[in-house]
Design a protein around this ligand. Structure first.
Ligand SMILES: Cc1cc2nc3c(=O)[nH]c(=O)nc-3n(C[C@H](O)[C@H](O)[C@H](O)COP(=O)(O)OP(=O)(O)OC[C@H]3O[C@@H](n4cnc5c(N)ncnc54)[C@H](O)[C@@H]3O)c2cc1C
Length: 303
């Protein structure tokens, strides 16, 4: 109740005030901020994936601007000598307005990443986007098998079927690269598992399946139960960093992050930046009011 209340009032508070809460989770408004954050993480031995904030657009003209930002971002990071990867949300490129235009814009970005032997991850959005985002991935993967990846959400009941689809692509000869996460959107019970423990069982089942199929996995979680379970599987299958990496969000559970690094695992942090930070923070809070608790907690428990 309290979380829901905080989440609902935050959008009406002055931006400066909300920034106090949000800055721990967002590297800044400009690319310079993202570069600085990435250099700091690199000093700790952590890789990054960059995300330019902004989602669902209403006109395709906005998508052209986002395309340009990503192309410049790749150029800038390469010039800085930071071999990053890039995460993007197809709805920022007009996925639900015009699929082909969206495909064209994202293809340009993947092509640019390909020219630097880099990599673009298609984030998975709410359930209304899943079919289109898997199709986007299938087509891009056909063109640039080593330079594009997808995300699978453990809470979706359709996930085992989607994993089989990805395993078929993988066994056809071109390596598939998956980020596995719980899923952040509020979905109806008819299509998504709601129970936290059950989601964790699904997560580890999915991870086991991906490992058995020799598919590279970005294990995206801050949940110790899952990082422990993942480490057991990594040991059981004698895997190396050619098979997996852990992934976490900027500013979240740095202690667990350090523990995993110290245990010899590869770590990548998702670094969001952009002028849309206010919308991003408040939307995330509405989608998942538990985040309000984390944000309040972050004020009192540094690190
Ligand atoms: C790299 C990365 C990429 C992602 N990409 C996607 C995507 O494409 N699509 C999608 O639907 N979801 C994505 N997510 C979000 C994911 O689905 C979960 O909603 C999110 O990671 C929280 O789940 P958890 O596994 O960390 O477990 P939780 O049970 O939510 O969290 C475990 C513990 O981590 C801590 N924690 C978690 N979140 C926070 C926070 N924000 N601040 C402080 N502490 C926190 C808390 O201590 C909590 O008890 C991504 C997550 C990561 C890490």
């Amino acid at each position: 109740m309290i979380n829901k209340f905080i989440a609902s009032v935050l959008p009406y508070l002055p931006k400066k005030f909300v920034w106090i809460f949000s800055k721990r989770y967002i590297s800044g408004q400009n690319i310079d901020d993202a570069v600085a954050a990435s250099h700091n993480l690199a000093r700790e031995g952590i890789s990054v994936t960059l995300d330019h904030l902004g989602e669902y657009i209403s006109e395709l003209g906005q998508a052209e601007e986002v395309r340009q930002i990503y192309l410049e971002m790749i150029e800038r990071f390469e010039q800085e000598g930071i071999h990053a990867t890039y995460s993007l949300k197809p709805s920022s490129f007009g996925l639900q307005i015009d699929f082909e235009t969206c495909f064209g814009y994202i293809r340009d970005i993947v092509e640019k990443a390909h020219s630097y032997h880099s990599f673009v991850r298609i984030d998975m959005e709410d359930s209304s986007c899943v079919d289109a985002e898997l199709e986007l991935y299938r087509r891009l993967h056909e063109l640039y098998p080593l330079n594009v990846g997808i995300v699978i959400q453990a809470y979706l009941k359709r996930t085992p079927k989607d994993l089989e689809f990805l395993a078929r692509l993988h066994s056809a000869g071109s390596p598939v690269n998956v980020r596995l996460c719980k899923g952040i959107y509020v979905e109806p019970e008819s299509i998504a598992v709601k129970d936290r423990k059950e989601i964790n069982v699904h997560f580890l089942d999915a991870l086991d399946y991906l490992f058995q199929k020799s598919i590279f996995v970005g294990i995206a979680t801050h949940d110790r139960e899952l990082t422990d379970g993942a480490q057991r599987l990594i040991q059981r299958y004698s895997l190396t960093d050619k098979n997996y990496e852990f992934q976490m969000l900027y500013g979240v559970t740095p202690e667990l992050r350090r523990e995993l690094l110290a245990a010899g695992h590869k770590m990548r942090v998702y670094v969001p930046f952009g002028k849309e930070w206010f919308g991003y923070s408040t939307r995330r809070l509405k989608e998942n009011p538990r985040m309000a608790f984390y944000i309040i907690k972050a004020l009192f428990y540094r690190g």
